[in-house]
Every structure is written in C-alpha cells, then in structure tokens.
Design a protein around this ligand. Structure first.
Ligand SMILES: NC(=O)c1ccc[n+]([C@@H]2O[C@H](COP(=O)([O-])OP(=O)(O)OC[C@H]3O[C@@H](n4cnc5c(N)ncnc54)[C@H](O)[C@@H]3O)[C@@H](O)[C@H]2O)c1
Ligand SMILES: [Zn+2]
Length: 363
C-alpha cells in the first residue's frame, strides 16, 4: 500500500493522492451544511457506493462523455443544486473524469455566485491534469472549452484505487498527459522509462507515484501563475499540434491524451529542427517513453489521414494564436521549455511530413 501524499498548491489548496483518500474527502466535507456530489453514469455505477452514504449529501448523475459539457446539462445541474437546497455554506464535489470536473467546477462557480468545489477525480487524465489548476468550462458549438471560469477547488482527492476500473483506452489517454509532464519535469522522464511496464499493469504504487509527480509539477506551475498570465502556458506543451490533430481528425476520433502524446513528440522534433534543443537525448528518450507507455510516436501511427495544410490551418485558428502566427511551447532540455516560439510554415510542414501527415488536399 502506498502512502498518501499531499501537494500544497500555494495558498489555494491541498491535493491528496493515494489509495483510499476518498475517505478523507468525506471527512473534509463534514464542514459543509450540505454536499452536492456530481458524477457521471459510469463512475456512479462502478463507484457510487463510495459516496452514497455521505452525510447531508445529494448525488446527481449526468450522462458519461464530452456531450455532458454543454449549457443544457449545466442548467440542469444548477437547477438540481437549487432543488437540493444549497446555500453558500455548501459545496459541490466533482466525482468523475475531466468532464465532471470541468462541468462541476463551472456549476460551483456560478451557483449563488460561487460555492466551494472539491475535486475527486476518477480518471488518470483528471488526476494528473484537469482536477488541479482551477480551469472550468463547457463547450460551445464554436469550439471546446470556450465558456468557463477560473474556480480553484478547496481540495483535491485523487484516490488511485479508482483507476482499477478505468478502461484501457482512457488509461492510455492519461499517459499522454503524463508524457507531457515528464518532458516538462527534468526528473520524471527517466522514472517513466523505468516504470512504464508497472504503470501499464496498473501497479498501485507506480500509479500513485506518477500522479503525485504530475500534480507536484502542475501545482508548482499553477501556484506561480493561477490565472494563466504567462508562465503557466508551458503546460500547453504539445497542445498546439494536439488540438490541430483532434480538429482535423474530427473530435472524438483521436482521444485528447493520445493527440497530446503525438503533439509532444512533434514539439520535440520541431525544437530539434530549429536548433533549440540543447539535450542530445531528449528526442530519443521521449520517443522511448511514449512507446513504453503504449502511445503512438507519429501522425502515421494514428491511422487517420491528416492533410498537412489542414493541420497548419487548424493551428492558425487555435485560440492561442489569434494574430495568425503559429506559436509553440518548445522544450530546450528536460525540465526546461520556451513559450511563444514562432515557427515558419515551411519548418512546421517539414516536421509534419516527416511524421506522416497526408499531402495537402488538392495536390
Ligand atoms: N480543466 C482543465 O485544466 C482540463 C485539463 C485537461 C482536460 N480537461 C477536460 O477533461 C475532459 C477529459 O477528461 P477525461 O479524459 O477524464 O474524460 P471523461 O470525464 O469523459 O472520462 C473518460 C471516460 O472514463 C470514464 N471513467 C472515469 N473514471 C472512471 C473510472 N474510475 N472507472 C471507469 N470509468 C471511468 C468516464 O465515465 C468516461 O466514460 C475534457 O473535456 C477536457 O477538455 C480539462
Ligand atoms: Zn491536455
């Protein structure tokens, strides 16, 4: 049994990681007059018993999947919160993956102009990434995460025991964000290389260790820049490529975390071509780590035709590049990144082609 670890995210909150920490969430919530637990149908079916007996609590379940991150569901959740008789001495507990975390965080920030939110992530992606940082959102027809707030949780409880039931493809998607973190954190990449087999086998200590390391890195970055004024943008490593891959493939075809894994590899290669990379081994280590975690390392391996011109246009309209130029977070060495790096179209196209992008449409 691994121990519980805590990460102090500045003045904001503590993140508890390890098997069984959900019990501590229950104790933490005793300070509230009433607790509104939001979950999705898969998590409620598999793990609902872990929260059903909580005192003064209401469980509200939304359909599983990205489609629940919309205004119609948000409105139903807010209405249910009012029906449950919540006031400002109450809290929402987001018990689920990133969808429940983002939707629940937004509902908590809007209900009565803001009540406390406790994040209890159940997917690997939510544990290593979305539950920490305070970003909440729903999607609009015009794009993902376009309506949201910053609403930092009061506490995060990442109970790694819950990962035992996570479907394999969701575990793999979580590994994509782990790979990103490993490139951002100098020490994690060699550890991943050593522990990849144990992680894929869901060995509890290995999972708790990696969640802890990812939360520590994210917590450190977020504490320095809680509202993404600048330094926090390094967390977008690989995401300019990843968003373009997701968009061109059609949303849902390539899971976000898998697109991130390929995007991180492309960012490393772009840094190499632009002679920014000072580490001679980073590119090879990143590729080895991706393979060891069962992740693709090129566009070719995604098995979807991704025309190079479509990828480039998608990068231009990515919300982080409003002035039309494509900017990247590029790794310089393990644990060191540069943000807002502009790259010429030809250089980017060269990297995309080498990775297996399809020829431009109409060529
Ligand atoms: N706020 C942020 O900073 C941030 C960061 C990254 C991603 N996100 C958002 O997170 C979302 C993706 O999160 P996700 O990958 O967790 O998706 P998700 O919430 O849809 O969960 C993935 C699937 O796994 C199931 N699941 C979750 N935990 C389970 C468990 N323990 N056992 C069995 N099944 C389980 C869910 O029911 C769902 O079907 C996206 O909407 C993305 O935009 C937000
Ligand atoms: Zn991501």
């Amino acid at each position: 049994m691994s121990a519980t670890r805590t990460v102090d995210v500045g003045r904001h909150y503590t993140v508890h990681v390890g098997p069984g920490v959900l019990e501590h969430a229950r104790s933490f919530c005793e300070q509230y007059r009433r607790v509104f637990v939001l979950s999705d149908e898969n998590v409620a079916r598999l793990h609902g018993d872990r929260v059903r007996g909580w005192p003064h609590s209401t469980l509200h379940v939304v359909p599983a999947g990205e489609r629940s991150k919309d205004f119609a569901t948000l409105e139903r959740v807010l209405e249910a919160m009012v029906q449950a008789g919540l006031d400002r001495k109450c809290a929402l507990v987001a018990f689920g993956g990133g969808v429940v975390g983002d939707l629940g965080g937004l509902a908590a920030s809007l209900c009565l102009r803001g009540i406390d939110c406790v994040q209890a992530p159940t997917s690997l992606l939510a544990m290593v990434d979305s539950s920490v940082g305070g970003k909440t959102a729903v999607n609009l027809p015009g794009g993902k995460n376009l309506a949201g707030t910053f609403h930092h949780p009061r506490a995060v409880y990442a109970d790694t025991e819950l990962l035992a039931t996570l479907p394999d493809e969701e575990l793999r998607a979580g590994f994509g964000e782990v790979l990103k973190t490993a490139v951002l954190d100098g020490d994690l990449l060699p550890r991943i290389l050593g522990d990849a087999a144990a992680l894929r086998a869901r060995q509890p200590d290995a999972l708790a260790d990696v969640v802890h390391a990812c939360v520590a890195l994210k917590g450190h970055v977020v504490a320095r820049d809680p509202h993404e004024a600048g330094p926090r943008k390094v967390l977008n490593l690989g995401h300019t490529f990843a968003h373009a891959i997701e968009h061109v493939a059609g949303f849902g075809v390539v899971p976000h975390g898998v697109a991130v894994a390929v995007g991180v590899g492309l960012a490393v290669r772009l840094a190499l071509v632009m002679e920014k990379l000072s580490s001679p081994t980073l590119a090879a280590d990143c590729e080895r780590a991706a393979r060891a975690l069962g992740l693709p390392t090129s566009l070719r391996e995604l098995g979807v035709a991704l025309p190079e011109d479509a990828l480039l246009s998608a990068m231009r309209v990515d919300k982080k590049n409003r002035d039309g130029s494509v900017r990247f977070v590029l790794p310089l060495a393990p644990g060191q990144c540069m943000r807002d790096v502009e790259a010429g179209d030809e250089v980017v196209l060269g990297v995309l082609r080498a990775s297996g992008a399809a020829p431009a449409r109409g060529r």
